[in-house]
Design a protein around this ligand. Structure first.
Ligand code: Q9C
Ligand code: ZN
Length: 343
């Protein structure tokens, strides 16, 4: 299996995130991707290649121009005012307030951001655009026929058209899915198995029938991102019936997960897409620091096998997963499971 990877991910190295009322070491850190790469190599999964440049065109198919220009210059504007600390919002454009883009960087962070756990750093723009290029290169290499692993970092599925949050800035999976559409695929499915609901991806494709979005995740009544991911969100307009949420309670074990996975893969099979993009988060692991499911390493193989059985051209896009020590093993276990049934 071909893996696409860029060293630029290390340019996103947040000092801290606001969690439980205090600044804590960032959960989303560079060691994550390095650990996964190490295990891809040790397992001899296949070649590892760098991304090729696709320019800003594919980013503009998903994100607004205003958002992209904000993201590109946000840290410079922050630095002028506050020096080299990471940029974090402290106020938001909530209900009742006018949705006007402010001039001051603090206001912009609250207009374009969704939480105080996603710092913008000096390297965020470079890291995020390289991560998107990794996903795009993976999508392009699907033409060879075999599954491809886009080892993206930072992750993307919480980023909507014009909001960054949940450690995500550019929606890598959505950018890749749209690129596949533009390259000739009539229908693309996105299957999101990260622990958290892929709210950004859902929002982007909610009113469309040419991209199916299916997500298995912790119930948003009790888990981040809280405000999206419920069962009654089935799509809008032409997109009605093309969004499937399968929320699961805390303490879900393999049995509960397997039942949701069966529904998810059945929905993808019925849609019969030309390509499948998997938003893969290894944060469903029982020892993940921010997970409350009870899934073990062998379960990753089963998930991979179930997805491989769909026998679709499949791009795996890395999302979350924060138990760094186990992250490489769990990710490779998933990929090997997928390979086993895909060919
Ligand atoms: N106490 C992804 O997995 N909240 N994002 C963390 C920690 C944000 C996760 C709270 C979780 C975002 C891509
Ligand atoms: Zn997650």
């Amino acid at each position: 299996m071909l893996t696409i990877f860029s060293d630029d991910h290390r340019l996103q190295a947040a000092k801290a995130e606001l969690d439980a009322g205090t600044m804590k070491p960032a959960v989303e850190r560079p060691e994550r991707a390095d650990m996964i790469l190490r295990h891809v190599r040790e397992a001899k999964l296949g070649p590892v290649e760098g991304p090729v440049s696709f320019g800003t065109g594919p980013l503009e198919r998903i994100h607004t121009i205003a958002y992209l220009s904000f993201l590109r210059t946000a840290f410079d504007e922050w630095q002028e005012r506050y020096g080299t600390s990471d940029a974090l919002a402290i106020n938001w454009a909530v209900r009742g307030l006018r949705q006007i883009i402010p001039e001051a960087i603090d206001g912009k962070l609250g207009y374009f951001g969704g939480d105080a756990g996603t710092p913008i750093t000096a390297g965020t723009w470079q890291a995020a655009t390289s991560s998107a290029a990794v996903a795009l290169t993976g999508a392009w290499r699907l033409k060879d026929g075999d599954p491809v692993f886009a080892l993206c970092r930072p992750p993307g599925h919480h980023a909507s058209r014009d909001v960054f949050q949940g450690y995500c800035f550019l929606n890598n999976a959505a950018i890749a899915a749209q690129w596949l559409r533009d390259a000739g695929a009539d229908r693309v499915a996105v299957l999101d198995v990260d622990y958290h609901h892929g709210n950004g991806t859902q929002e982007i494709f909610f009113d469309r029938d040419d991209v199916l979005f299916v997500s298995i995740h912790a119930d948003p009544r009790t888990e981040f991102p809280y405000f999206l991911g419920h069962v009654d969100e089935t799509g809008a307009g032409r997109g009605d019936g093309f969004n499937l949420n399968l929320p699961l309670p805390w303490a879900t074990r393999w049995e509960g997960y397997a039942a949701a996975l069966e529904k998810a893969t059945a929905a993808v099979a019925e849609y019969a897409p030309d390509a499948l993009v998997v938003s893969f988060g290894a944060d469903i692991y029982r020892n993940d620091p921010i997970c409350r499911f009870f899934l073990d390493t062998p379960d990753f193989a089963r998930i991979g096998e179930a997805i491989g059985r769909l026998r679709l051209p499949t791009l795996v896009v890395m999302e979350g997963g924060y138990a760094v020590e186990a992250l490489g093993v769990n990710t490779v276990t998933f990929l090997e499971g997928l390979l086993q049934t895909a060919r």
